[in-house]
Design a protein around this ligand. Structure first.
Ligand code: HEM
Ligand code: NAG
Ligand code: NAG
Length: 322
């Protein structure tokens, strides 16, 4: 009886706040699963931890997956949907850029579905998994609000909204501003490149060897350029670490930028623009400040165009629309 009452109350709150959300206030909540599925957060965390014990490099995959989910159609799990014979999904765009970690999301989803069927959205699982991966790799711990609904649209052409690695700081500032991010947010979020790798195809624009019309990018350290040219002779898919400590979440990425060792154009450009440079310098000098700004920016990222109520669903299988 009491439980019924509380659930109705929750529903009412959800409906009312859904109305408000139309005015730009979101209805996600820190306690979203506290009653609906109290073990959800723990089950996701355990699944992520187990996967990362086997393969620490998956932390990067999970973080990047959340970024791609949110920047295309909002944080609605659309990045997880498999293509069908009638629809080519985001996943199959060349810009899926070797996303990794889908099986971790599937495992977590399977666990929570057993415990509380139809309650925990795939979009929330992606957001939680990214958060847990960052912490596992040594990054900041932070809470995220939940209650995102899963979207029903996943189209290859929407991935045009992802920023390209050849973009300069001016362009990145504009793109991130469209999602409500400040310059500080842009630089802090770029710090996500403290984890993981990029393939040569993502940075060969900086190596003259592969493009006779360009000199080696002058903003790239010449010793590093020589090493990269050699590594990339093994092919476009050769993976190179984005910073010197690819499995540790730390500020080494920013220190690398300071010595012209950033891997992508979109990384090193943050040092050449005075607005972004201010934050690169700050984070290179002070890791705590990076962590603090990163977690705030991640919470913000997790709120991009979230779907609520009837705008979405809770997918039963993250790869397939219900
Ligand atoms: C600022 C605009 C951004 C651009 C242009 C960009 C571009 C890229 C590119 C090209 C790669 C390598 C893909 C490949 O070659 O396979 C990559 C990897 C990665 N990105 Fe970004 N990214 C951006 C922002 C972000 C943000 C905001 C995050 C998360 C907070 C993020 C997290 C990652 C991670 C963790 C990897 C490594 C993935 C792995 O090792 O599997 N990126 N990014
Ligand atoms: C990414 O896209 C390529 C085609 O560009 C496709 O062959 C590959 O299977 C996709 N990767 C994933 C994980 O879906
Ligand atoms: C940045 O890139 C844009 C688009 O390619 C270009 O118009 C602009 O001049 C570039 N800005 C700088 C400072 O290089």
């Amino acid at each position: 009886m009491i439980v019924r009452y509380i659930l109705n109350l929750l529903l009412l709150i959800e409906v009312v706040s859904h109305g408000i959300s139309k005015l730009g206030v979101h209805a996600l909540s820190m306690e979203y699963y506290a009653i609906r599925c109290p073990l959800a957060e723990m089950m996701v965390k355990n699944t992520v931890n187990r996967a990362l014990q086997n393969d620490p490099s998956l932390a990067a995959g999970l973080l990047r997956m959340h970024f791609h989910d949110c920047f295309v159609e909002g944080c609605d799990g659309s990045v997880l949907i498999d293509s069908t014979k009638d629809n080519t999904a985001e996943k199959d765009s060349p810009a899926n850029l070797s996303l990794r970690g889908y099986e971790v999301i599937d495992q977590a989803k399977e666990l929570v579905e057993k415990q509380c069927p139809g309650i925990v959205s795939c979009a929330d699982i992606v957001a939680m998994a990214a958060r847990d991966a960052v912490f596992w790799a040594g990054g900041p711990v932070y809470d995220i609000p939940n209650g995102r609904k899963d979207g029903r649209r996943s189209k290859i052409e929407d991935t045009i909204n992802l920023p390209a690695p050849i973009f300069n700081a001016t362009t990145l500032i504009t793109i991130f501003a469209k999602h409500g991010f400040s310059v500080q947010d842009l630089v802090a979020l770029s710090g996500g490149h403290t984890l993981g790798v990029a393939r040569c195809s993502s940075f060969k624009n900086r190596l003259s060897k592969f493009d006779a019309t360009h000199e080696v990018d002058p903003s790239l350290d010449s010793r590093m350029a020589a090493t990269l040219i050699k590594q990339c002779q093994q092919g476009d898919d050769t993976a190179v670490a984005l910073d010197p400590t690819r499995n540790s979440f730390d500020n080494a990425y920013f220190r690398a930028l300071e010595s012209a060792d950033g891997l992508l154009t979109s990384d090193q450009t943050l040092l050449t623009n005075s607005e972004t440079r201010y934050f690169v310098d700050a984070y290179a000098m002070n890791q705590a400040r990076f962590f603090f700004n990163f977690q705030r920016a991640m919470v913000k990222m997790g709120l991009i165009d979230v779907k609520e109520g009837v705008e979405g669903e809770v997918r039963l299988n993250c790869r397939v629309v219900n």
